[in-house]
Design a protein around this ligand. Structure first.
Ligand SMILES: *[C@@H]1O[C@H](CO)[C@@H](O)[C@H](O)[C@H]1NC(C)=O
Ligand SMILES: *[C@@H]1O[C@H](CO)[C@@H](O)[C@H](O)[C@H]1NC(C)=O
Ligand SMILES: *[C@@H]1O[C@H](CO)[C@@H](O)[C@H](O)[C@H]1NC(C)=O
Ligand SMILES: *[C@@H]1O[C@H](CO)[C@@H](O)[C@H](O)[C@H]1NC(C)=O
Ligand SMILES: *[C@@H]1O[C@H](CO)[C@@H](O)[C@H](O)[C@H]1NC(C)=O
Ligand SMILES: *[C@@H]1O[C@H](CO)[C@@H](O)[C@H](O)[C@H]1NC(C)=O
Ligand SMILES: *[C@@H]1O[C@H](CO)[C@@H](O)[C@H](O)[C@H]1NC(C)=O
Ligand SMILES: *[C@@H]1O[C@H](CO)[C@@H](O)[C@H](O)[C@H]1NC(C)=O
Ligand SMILES: *[C@@H]1O[C@H](CO)[C@@H](O)[C@H](O)[C@H]1NC(C)=O
Length: 575
């Protein structure tokens, strides 16, 4: 991660902690050994997405899956509403939606050194030697960003820390860094297992190169190859991810495996700010080569960045990303109104498949939402017409919606043939609009311009995608389908089973409480099948009587003590 204002925040933080005595870098406002309590009741606070208890969050980090538990770490400033003072926050989930806050996992190891993005692996065979008598040891691999006394950038080096308790607490390796550097633009290592070796991709950000390194033990790393000047450059490369991914045929049967390399750029995305592109190809342990020369984007809107794949889901690829954009993330109104900024996207199941016209695509299927489905509010099948659901009584203010259109006689389509999904606030007359044009280039659009809760020049409001999977030219009758989640201030849509996906932030002044699904000018015989469910709030169930979510406080009591701090920092850091 790196953003324009980080320097300022870091300088401010260093100044504020110039107190004498060791450890001078420990910010006493940040609790150790216990999660930070959170208030998840705000009108803009997502109820089925992860957001931090307080403060500012960015990139997902260190994601792994072990013994039925998803571990999500994240770039975290627990003491401010903008980036800076970077820690690794931590949350866990069994179902991929209900996240329990855990104690902060990684703290800055020294004054003017911050813990930037990285990954984590399960060292089942004790290759690192950190784990006598254990097959569930965790090693985190991340960037330490050093800043000079005047606040200017120092080197970014790659470091490791290890955990004996499945990722709840970590110790820094005493011989960090594991990859040294003099560059201030060298970051975000992602490590995977390949054969009997470890492989890392890491960004030489402003040289538009990814380095691939290998290691037998996670400590000694050897440079193996560079992947340079691919795809969109933006102004820098960040947060690469490499994952083995199933290739499925049209019937959903896994027929092959390939690798996917994701690469985030920031700033300089085609839609402005930050975006994530991906390449599909072959990886042989030291070199990645692409299947074709195309650059593809994971989303068609602006609010999905730096996604990671969970380590340890062999045979499956499950990802989630940071649902924001550096262009406005530090200004969004949740900060001043509710004391938090940024959420993660929903988890997504990814696979590769052949696609008409463009050859290949990575599918982003919504991770099975069954665990969070509440009441069925509506199921209806119609031709042209309208289905309306008033959801003002739904406590979570969050919905899951499906719309399937079948039996479309493509010869009879007009340029007005549309199916729209529109959310409204009758109280303020604000709305969030989306919809699909079946004729012509078959675009799907989302428009967040009719909401008044956030005014920012970079918060552009209209997004669209030409849906190449809905190919009206070939068949005589076609079908089209969408799935959507609306969650107070977040909208995620998945078209054609996730062949196109988008995450869209929106900020109403009043909650949106009515949804309309409307169809017009569909040819005779077309059927629109609509289903609307309420979603259960994943946070409400964890709140105490005061409405506060304490997170996992078992085995810990209250705030940091000097003794606990010493344990966390033991092992120290040397650069
Ligand atoms: C939680 O946040 C809501 C909405 O911002 C606020 O009304 C409420 O007072 C807060 N609760 C506590 C315990 O601070
Ligand atoms: C661990 O070692 C076993 C036995 O040598 C091997 O089969 C397995 O692939 C290894 N696991 C990893 C993740 O390297
Ligand atoms: C793990 O590695 C360490 C260091 O090589 C070694 O002392 C220990 O016996 C190993 N444990 C197991 C179970 O292999
Ligand atoms: C890392 O590189 C810096 C700058 O060249 C150097 O001062 C430092 O000693 C190196 N650290 C290690 C552990 O090699
Ligand atoms: C790999 O790329 C980096 C960044 O451009 C460069 O510093 C390094 O020398 C390259 N490595 C080799 C062996 O070419
Ligand atoms: C991996 O691919 C590179 C580039 O094609 C090649 O030089 C190297 O020998 C390959 N390694 C293995 C183990 O096949
Ligand atoms: C869908 O929205 C578009 C854009 O506002 C509009 O032109 C079209 O008439 C709408 N269709 C329906 C069925 O409401
Ligand atoms: C839409 O189609 C999918 C896939 O065939 C099906 O699983 C789902 O139940 C359908 N939903 C509705 C509302 O018809
Ligand atoms: C709570 O945290 C402890 C470590 O402090 C961990 O062992 C335990 O599994 C966690 N429980 C839950 C439900 O997350």
């Amino acid at each position: 991660m790196l953003c324009p204002s980080l320097l300022l925040s870091v300088a401010a933080f260093a100044g504020a902690t110039a107190a004498q005595g060791a450890p001078t870098y420990a910010n006493l406002a940040v609790p150790t050994g216990t999660p930070i309590p959170g208030n998840y009741t705000g009108a803009l606070r997502p109820q089925v997405h992860y957001s931090p208890p307080v403060g500012f969050m960015n990139d997902p980090n260190g994601m792994f899956y072990l013994n039925g538990v998803f571990h999500l770490y994240y770039q975290y400033n627990p003491t401010g509403l903008t980036a800076g003072n970077q820690h690794w926050g931590h949350a866990t989930s069994v179902d991929g939606y209900t996240w329990e806050n855990q104690a902060i996992a990684l703290f800055p190891p020294a004054e003017r050194v911050y813990v930037f993005s990285g990954s984590a692996v399960v060292d089942v065979n004790n290759t690192s030697g950190f784990f006598p008598d254990q097959d569930n040891g965790i090693v985190a691999i991340f960037t330490l960003a050093h800043y000079n006394e005047d606040g200017s950038d120092g080197p970014q080096t790659q470091a490791i820390a290890y955990s004996h308790d499945e990722g709840y607490t970590f110790r820094y390796y005493d011989q960090n860094p594991v990859i040294n550097s003099t560059s201030s633009q060298f970051r975000d290592p992602k490590v995977i297992r390949y054969g009997d070796s470890w492989a890392m991709v890491v960004a030489y950000s402003q040289e538009f190169a990814l380095g691939i390194f290998t290691s037998p033990d996670l400590k000694e790393w050897t440079w193996a190859s560079n992947f340079t000047h691919h795809g969109l450059l933006g102004a820098q490369y960040e947060c690469p991810n490499l994952v083995k991914m199933p290739v499925r045929d049209q019937d959903g049967v896994t027929v092959d495996e390939k690798y996917v390399l994701t690469l985030s750029v920031q700033p300089g995305a085609p839609l402005g700010g930050s975006t994530t592109q991906y390449f599909m190809g072959n990886f042989n342990g030291t070199h990645f080569s692409t299947l074709d020369a195309a650059t593809r984007l994971t989303d068609f809107a602006k609010d999905n960045y730096a996604a990671q794949f969970f380590y340890g889901m062999e045979g499956n690829a499950v990802s989630l990303g940071w649902a924001s954009n550096w262009q406005y993330t530090q200004q969004v109104p949740t900060g001043n109104l509710e004391g938090w900024r940024s959420a993660m996207t929903l988890p997504r199941v990814n696979y590769l498949t052949k696609a008409p016209r463009i050859g290949w695509t990575m599918v982003d299927e919504i991770y099975d939402p069954k665990p969070i489905l509440g009441e069925s509010l509506k199921t209806e099948t119609m031709g042209n017409g309208r289905v309306t659901v008033d959801y003002s009584e739904v406590e979570s203010n969050a919905l899951y919606i499906e719309a399937n259109v079948t039996g479309i006689n493509v010869a009879k389509l007009t340029s007005f043939s549309t199916v729209n999904l529109t959310f409204k606030s009758p109280a303020s007359d604000e709305s969030l609009r989306s919809g699909f044009y079946f004729g012509g280039d078959s675009p799907f659009f989302v428009d967040r311009g009719l909401l008044r809760g956030f005014d920012n020049i970079f918060f552009t409001d209209k997004f669209s995608v030409a849906d190449v999977y809905y190919d009206s030219l070939t068949p005589k009758t076609a079908s089209w389908r969408m799935q959507a989640v609306i969650d107070r201030s977040m909208y995620e849509v998945f078209l054609d089973g996730g062949r196109h996906a988008a995450t869209v932030l929106f900020y109403p002044t009043h909650p949106l409480t009515r949804v309309d699904v409307a169809a017009q000018d569909l040819p005779e015989g077309a059927q629109v099948s609509v289903a609307v469910w309420s979603l259960k709030s994943t946070w409400a169930g964890m709140a105490n009587q005061q409405g506060t979510v304490l997170g996992n406080v078992t085995g810990t009591s209250g705030h940091a003590t000097a003794a606990k701090k010493r344990i966390i920092y033991e092992g120290g850091f040397s650069a």
